[in-house]
Design a protein around this ligand. Structure first.
Ligand SMILES: [Fe+2]
Ligand SMILES: [Fe+2]
Length: 508
């Protein structure tokens, strides 16, 4: 473009309130017309506009970019993700989803693709649900001239409480935004609306009149109620997390008691019977304490070298009999990048762990299948460390007021109901794949194993068993500041034939 024309074009954009970056000016194209909600034009935005990308939520993109930039200091590199299918050395465990990385520059189109994919996946679960009668797009709803009953699906753009204590929720789909009123006198509905968080995707059915929708029901993607799967063979699964090797607060005596038990050298008769039948140990992250994870952590470490922390962990895990399969996914203290999905712990720090014959390293999150036998399809196990949990404890009253960090069960149920491990974009750091959402919960897990909040919890939601895997670290100053109340040195165990739960306490 000629420089005068370029200047005029930029001036016109500025007049509309659109900020223009220097790299956009370089490539400015007068044929490009930004949407009404665009705030900043730069070369990345330019690319999308020139591709005529539809349904770009610019405000969301800016929000995520700011969040991503803030976290940049802790990112070793920007990576792509791809499913792992060929790295399983365990015969009795099948990888359904695990994500490894390859270096690739992330640009704005990855985020756009990611948000569109995420929306499409959840919308796909909601579409066709019998509760959503007369399902319309927002624009078609708005075209209704007479009051009518209808349903819409949308992403929660905003939620606010009115002076009269009703909720007004703004739902958005690719065709527009619609305000939905939730009346405080509808107790069940009101409680569900209290739990709604920004960015989650839900369906609403109700009556539409004069531009407003009055909700009769909120429909969550949720997991279906399936028959409780039981193995034909009596075997046990243990859910663990948060070993924190290398921390001064790591509990060696308690962990050694666990190792003695697993080698049938300790415990009462019943406990030894369980140890004999223990077949799987699934560990959901924070294998070591790491280095520099929080301010002043260094003075709270007993091992000050990351590789030595993993060596100590590998040495301890090598004492677990080889017939027991161990699946390990990383957490926020581990030696991999923070944005999720975090890749498997296979790097220069973890080589001794990699060499253990009965250890399978998977990403966070990951889905593995265990216990399959002739005539039995096995159990789907979802491992997720739980970095997003902090956000929901702080922002969802239905969790915060019922115990917060002490209610791992409520947090996990909340996420299963939304079929997503981080339904609010800001609840975790995401490494976006343009055509895949690793945090979308599919297939429905039989076991959902988490950690991070250092609680011991076993509960059921529909046909899924929810486990938070305790920890092997007493309270650190960091946890004290976060308001955690750890329950260390306990091991949740599930009998796969009966689905009964046991918790063994290896504390003093
Ligand atoms: Fe932890
Ligand atoms: Fe953690």
């Amino acid at each position: 473009m000629e420089s005068t024309a370029k200047k005029e074009h930029v001036a016109a954009l500025l007049k509309k309130g659109v900020l223009v970056s220097p790299d956009f000016v370089e490539q400015a194209d007068a044929s490009i017309k930004p949407g009404e909600d665009l705030l900043i034009l730069d070369s990345e935005a330019n690319k999308l506009l020139s591709k005529k990308e539809k349904n770009v939520n610019w405000r969301e993109i800016e929000k995520i970019r700011v969040m991503y930039e803030k976290g940049k200091a802790s990112l070793p590199s920007i990576e792509d993700i791809a499913p792992v299918s060929d790295e399983n050395k365990l015969k009795d465990t099948q990888i359904i989803a695990s994500y490894k990385t390859a270096p690739q520059k992330i640009d704005i189109s990855h985020f756009v693709g990611y948000f569109n994919t995420r929306y499409r996946l959840i919308e796909g679960l909601l579409r066709g649900r019998p509760e959503l009668q007369n399902l319309l797009s927002v624009i078609r709803l708005k075209n209704r001239a007479v009051p009518s009953n209808a349903s819409i699906i949308g992403i929660v753009n905003e939620k606010r409480e009115t002076k009269n204590k009703n909720f007004i929720v703004t739902l958005e789909d690719s065709t527009g935004q619609q305000k939905v009123v939730i009346n405080k006198n509808r107790a069940d509905l009101y409680n569900e609306a209290r739990e709604l968080v920004t960015d989650e995707v839900v369906g609403v059915s109700g009556s539409y009149r004069q531009g407003v929708m009055f909700a009769n029901s909120i429909v969550f993607p949720d997991i279906p109620l399936l028959e409780l799967k039981k193995s034909p063979k009596e075997e046990y699964l243990a859910g663990m997390s948060d070993l924190h090797f290398g921390s001064k607060q790591f509990m060696p005596d308690e962990f050694n008691r666990f190792l003695s038990w697993v080698n049938l050298e300790a415990g009462n008769r019943k406990q030894k019977e369980i140890a004999e039948k223990l077949k799987y140990i699934l560990i959901a992250g924070d294998i070591v304490d790491g280095i520099g994870v929080y301010n002043n952590q260094y003075s709270e470490l007993s091992i000050h070298d990351l590789k030595e922390q993993y060596d100590a962990c590998a040495k301890a895990l090598s004492e677990i009999p080889e017939h027991i399969s161990i699946v390990i996914s990383p957490g926020n203290h581990d030696a991999v990048r923070m944005p999720e999905p975090q890749p498997p712990l296979d790097n220069k720090f973890t080589q001794k762990l990699v060499k253990l014959k009965n250890v399978l390293l998977v990403s966070n999150p990951a889905m593995v299948k265990i216990g399959a036998k002739e005539g039995f399809s096995g159990f789907n196990c979802l491992l997720y460390h739980g970095y997003s949990f902090d956000y929901y404890v702080a922002n969802v009253d239905a969790i915060r007021l019922k115990g917060g960090y002490e209610r791992a069960d409520l947090i996990m149920k909340f996420l299963l109901k939304r079929r997503h491990l981080a339904p609010s974009h800001t609840s975790t750091l995401i490494n976006p794949s343009p055509d895949h959402d690793a945090l979308f919960i599919e297939p429905v897990p039989d076991f959902f194993i988490t950690g991070h909040i250092h609680r011991t919890s076993v509960s059921n939601y529909k046909s899924t068993t929810l486990i938070n895997g305790s920890c092997w670290q007493s309270m650190t100053s960091f946890q004290e500041r976060l308001g955690h109340n750890p329950q260390p040195a306990r091991l949740p165990l599930i009998n796969l034939k009966t689905r009964d739960a046991n918790i063994i306490n290896f504390g003093k």
